[in-house]
Structure formats: structure tokens, C-alpha cells
Design a protein around this ligand. Structure first.
Ligand code: FAD
Length: 267
């Protein structure tokens, strides 16, 4: 195995141009599981931890190499709340937002926030320069993203102004060190507009657009409207049965956390 350790973005892009099929390594918290338990044997690995440009977190840009530990103290409550639930302190010290996007698991806890605020992913290659797909152009299926050979994720770009109220919650088999059975990020603007994105209840993070439209039309939602919001969200998700949960429980959980997040955002 050839291990390349670039010290700048330029060097990383050169390494990828020379080895377009190379495997990118950030914190390794997903990749090493694949190497240890699923037989992954890459010929060329490009390790990204020494690339300073990927560590930046400035203004509305979050570098792909920013770890969950740093995100837990970031100014975005919807993302900070998600970061605090990821794995253990060890996983949060190593794991990155870029790795969550690279793996593109429907259970990735950073992804509902990106979908709720309508973030763009910044992707770069030596020949293609930089492109900025919307979150749903990047996350295209379970564990599938639209990254092309020779490209790496630079980071994510958030819209310049974000809703003040941002809430995240997830449901799992226990309270900590748990992969989501259902997760959600809800954001609410001062004008009452609500957006909600859900994880683990579809092939990619999902927006519950009908529920959003109905609740956003109510400036001061009543208790009945909040309950109805949970019901509409539960109706819109597309969960499956798997080893972690039945689809029916996932649907139920999605409705419950949607209602609770809205209650929190209205408080
Ligand atoms: C014990 C344990 C608990 C976990 N708990 C959670 C949890 O609660 N919530 C959760 O969401 N996840 C969890 N995970 C999964 C994992 O920690 C996260 O997905 C993490 O964000 C991965 O980041 P990483 O930097 O370690 O990625 P890596 O393992 O280094 O890479 C993951 C994938 O992304 C690609 N990649 C990484 N960086 C880039 C880049 N800049 N450009 C292009 N591709 C890139 C890699 O090639 C690889 O395919 C857990 C994992 C473990 C082992």
C-alpha cells in the first residue's frame, strides 16, 4: 500500500490527480472499520489530516477536516447538538464532517443539519477546479455521494444567514455511543418558516416538505397544529426494516422527535 501525506491542499490535489482512484483518509473512524472488518485493502491512501485548508472553520465555511469535537463548540446549535451525540470522545476527536459526507450513511448525524439549512458541499479536483453541489445533489443514495475520481471534499458552505432556532435530536438503542434509528434537525426563522430534515428514515437525509409548508403557514402554531406536524412528518418519511429497527418504529420515532423539536423551537 502506498501512503501519501500531503501538507497542503495543492499537494493533496496533486496526489489525487496522480492517483485518481486513491482512498482518502481523514479521521479513519469509518474507514478503519471497513479495513478491519470488511476487507477494504486500498492500494493508495491519501491521508488528509495534515492539510490545513481542510481544518478551516471561518464565517459560513466548515472545512471537511473539522472534527466533531470542534463542531460541538461551533456557533450552529443544530450542528453542535448533533456533534455532541456522535460516538464517544475518542470518535469525536478523530471523526470529521467530511468523513460523514464521504461515507454518506443515511444515519450520518451531521447530515440533517446540512439538509435543513440547505448547505452546499464544496468539492475540488486538480483539473475541474471547485464545484458546489447542493446537499441533495451530493448525497444521492444510501452510502453513495456524487464525488468523482480525483475529487475531494473541501468542506461545506452554509447560507449567509441561518434561522436562529435550530434543534437536533436522535433516537437510538441507548443514550450514548449509538447509531441513529431516527434523527432530525429542525430550524425555525423569526418569520415562522420551519424546515425539518430527518436521518435514518430514508435512503438519504429527507426533508418533510409537506409538513414544513403546513406548519410554516401558522405564525403562532396551536398545540393541535404541533401534534399534526408530528403526524405529517411521520407520514412523509421512507424508513426500512433493518437490524437496528423496524420501519414502523422508525416512522413513529420520526413523528415524536419532529413534534418535540418544534415544541422546543417554539418555547
Ligand atoms: C464507535 C463508532 C461510533 C460512531 N458513532 C457515530 C455517530 O454517533 N454518528 C455518526 O454520524 N457517525 C458515527 N460513527 C461513524 C464515523 O465516526 C463518522 O461517520 C465520521 O464522521 C467519519 O469521519 P472520519 O473523518 O473518521 O472519516 P474516515 O473514516 O476517514 O472516512 C470516511 C469516508 O469519507 C471519505 N472522506 C473523508 N474525508 C474526505 C474528504 N475530505 N473528501 C472526500 N472523501 C473523504 C473517506 O475516503 C471514506 O470513504 C461512528 C463510528 C464508530 C467507529
Amino acid at each position: 500500500m502506498l501512503l501519501l501525506r500531503p501538507h497542503s491542499l495543492d499537494e493533496a490535489l496533486d496526489a489525487l490527480a496522480a492517483h485518481p482512484g486513491a482512498t482518502l483518509l481523514a479521521g479513519g473512524t469509518d474507514l478503519m472499520v471497513r479495513a478491519n472488518y470488511q476487507g477494504l485493502r486500498p492500494e493508495v491512501v491519501v491521508a488528509l489530516r495534515r492539510v490545513p485548508e481542510l481544518q478551516e472553520m471561518t464565517g459560513s465555511f466548515i472545512g471537511a477536516g473539522v472534527t466533531w469535537s470542534r463542531l460541538a463548540a461551533s456557533p450552529w446549535p443544530g450542528l453542535a447538538g448533533a456533534a455532541r451525540t456522535v460516538g464517544s470522545p475518542q470518535i469525536r476527536t478523530l471523526g470529521t464532517l467530511g468523513g460523514n459526507l464521504g461515507t454518506a450513511s443515511p444515519a450520518g448525524d451531521g447530515l440533517p443539519f446540512l439538509a435543513a439549512v440547505e448547505a452546499r458541499v464544496e468539492v475540488a479536483s486538480r483539473d475541474g477546479g471547485t464545484r458546489r453541489p447542493a446537499w441533495d445533489e451530493f448525497l444521492v443514495g444510501p452510502k453513495r455521494n456524487s464525488l468523482q475520481p480525483g475529487e475531494l471534499i473541501l468542506g461545506v458552505r452554509l447560507p449567509p444567514s441561518l434561522p436562529e432556532r435550530q434543534e437536533f435530536a436522535k433516537v437510538g438503542a441507548r443514550n450514548a455511543m449509538v447509531i441513529s434509528i431516527a434523527s432530525a434537525c429542525l430550524v425555525r426563522s423569526a418569520d415562522g418558516a420551519v424546515r425539518i430534515a430527518l436521518g435514518s428514515v430514508g435512503p438519504t437525509p429527507l426533508r418533510a416538505r409537506r409538513a414544513e409548508a403546513v406548519i410554516s403557514a401558522e405564525r403562532h402554531p396551536s398545540s393541535a397544529a404541533v401534534v399534526e406536524f408530528g403526524r405529517l412528518v411521520a407520514a412523509e418519511v421512507r424508513p426500512i426494516d433493518d437490524h437496528r429497527s423496524t420501519a414502523a418504529y422508525r416512522r413513529h420515532a420520526a413523528g415524536v422527535i419532529a413534534r418535540r423539536l418544534l415544541e422546543r423551537a417554539l418555547a
